[in-house]
Design a protein around this ligand. Structure first.
Ligand SMILES: [Zn+2]
Length: 425
């Protein structure tokens, strides 16, 4: 393969926290040089003037629905949406049908990912058989088949004894356990955050305590086992204090937040738009602000999308009946760039760090998370000044369950590069 020179881009450097005008030289899928000016010889040249070059994003939490629910999304549409949004690797959650609780399903996902050749799909195996919380699945076997983490996402592992064994067992092969912290005996049939506002709106509540009780229990088990725990979609202010204390105690605990918990709060539910129905629910403005502060301080480590596609006949139902979740892969970066960077709440290298460098590091993905010599040539060009409309034509995802549908957003991923291959949109 010939050398490609990406000339005059603004390169985001998350290690130095800078954005520098630089040239990037790529060969055989790797970055072989980054310098203020690289003299071009017989290289193919890609002009990057006016474009931000951002390390390829890594999503630690996405639902790609294959196998079993391809009418919502599949590995083809999901990985196309991902690369379209600047994501080069996506952790696919195991609540498929059949669930990803055996090596054969894990291997199927890896094979399908390779066939599609877009964003890499990293399978997340289930912790327990059938995600039922009763019996540990074959974790070591799934790891050998290509699983990079384990979760019963959608369900919390209610049994402390089972969770203890999962944390102990995965220590032997460096596995990471991702908890969906929700005590379902407290959220049963809930629709929204439990608060004065949602009581007024007549929406059955899901109290913050459903999350904090689960997080407290999970952290205590890490204290006991010295295992490795990652907490999915943290939504409440009170959860932050628990995570902060666990980190201060030296426990191996990390956490993620979704874009929706960063940019929306429960006040949007006045519209009764089912597209705002998510689990965990949108909380109060105070929670949203506390979560952003925690992300900036590093108490919350990463942004993970919880991309949750549904068919319109499901999601267009009334608020009570509609399933939880919204899609994000196609446009998460544009939304967060506008809401956090353009508004001055966070700088661009910090955003790239929590969407790329940190998740790559937590999942142990070597060669991702930076535009540096020796790294995989996996980055994307972002034009902050072009508008996009979130509509059927724009979205590569099969689904369009997002409250942003039809809205105009500023900023577009012009192209994405993965292992030296360029994807233009
Ligand atoms: Zn979850």
């Amino acid at each position: 393969m010939s050398k490609i020179l990406f000339k005059n881009g603004e390169v985001v450097n998350t290690a130095r926290n800078t954005v520098d005008k630089a040239d990037v030289l790529v060969e055989n899928g790797l970055i072989i040089d980054v310098a203020p000016s690289i003299e071009s010889r017989d290289f193919e040249i890609v002009d990057c003037r006016g474009l931000l070059l951002v390390p390829g994003l890594v999503d630690m939490h996405a639902h790609l629905r294959e196998p079993g629910e391809e009418y919502k999304e599949d590995i083809r549409t999901g990985t196309t949406a991902a690369i379209h949004g600047g994501f080069v690797a996506v952790l696919s959650m195991p609540n498929t049908n059949p669930p990803s609780d055996t090596r054969s399903v894990v291997e199927y996902i890896v094979r399908r990912s390779k066939e599609e050749e877009k964003a890499d799909v990293l399978p997340c195996g289930a912790i327990t058989k059938g995600r039922k919380g009763e019996e540990l699945a074959e974790l070591g076997d799934m790891m050998e088949g290509g699983a990079v983490a384990f979760s019963d996402d959608g369900n919390w592992v209610q049994s402390s004894g089972v969770m203890r064994r999962a944390l102990e067992y995965t220590k032997f092969f460096g596995g990471i356990i991702i908890s969906h912290p929700e005590d379902k005996t407290l959220t049963y049939r809930g629709l929204a955050n439990e608060s004065p506002l949602t009581i007024k709106l007549g929406l059955r509540g899901m109290p913050v305590e459903a999350e904090t009780i689960a997080i407290f229990r999970d952290i205590e088990l890490v204290r006991l086992t010295r295992g490795r725990l990652h907490l999915a979609h943290v939504s409440a202010k009170e959860s932050i204090n628990l995570i902060k204390r666990a980190k201060e105690a030296g426990l191996n605990v990390t956490a993620e937040v979704t874009p929706h918990h960063l940019v929306f709060d429960e006040e949007v539910l006045i519209s009764y738009d089912p597209n705002y129905k998510v689990n965990p629910p949108l909380r109060t403005r105070e929670d949203r602000e506390a979560i952003l502060s925690a992300l900036k301080e590093g108490i919350i480590d990463v942004v993970a999308t919880d991309h949750a596609p549904h068919a319109d006949f499901e999601k267009m139902d009334e608020f009570n009946a509609a399933p939880f979740g919204m899609i994000w892969l196609d446009f998460a970066f544009s939304v967060l760039y506008n809401e956090l960077v353009r508004s001055g709440k966070m700088d661009l290298p910090a955003l790239a760090k929590v969407m790329s460098t940190k998740p790559a590091e937590l999942l142990g993905l070597k060669g991702l998370g930076a535009i540096s010599k020796g790294y995989r040539a996996s980055f994307f060009a972002y034009n902050p000044n072009v508008e996009i409309i979130v509509n059927r034509e724009f979205l590569k995802s099969r689904a369009f369950n997002t409250p942003l549908y039809g809205k105009t957003l500023k900023g577009r991923v012009e192209w994405a590069l993965k292992d030296g291959r360029i994807y233009r949109f």
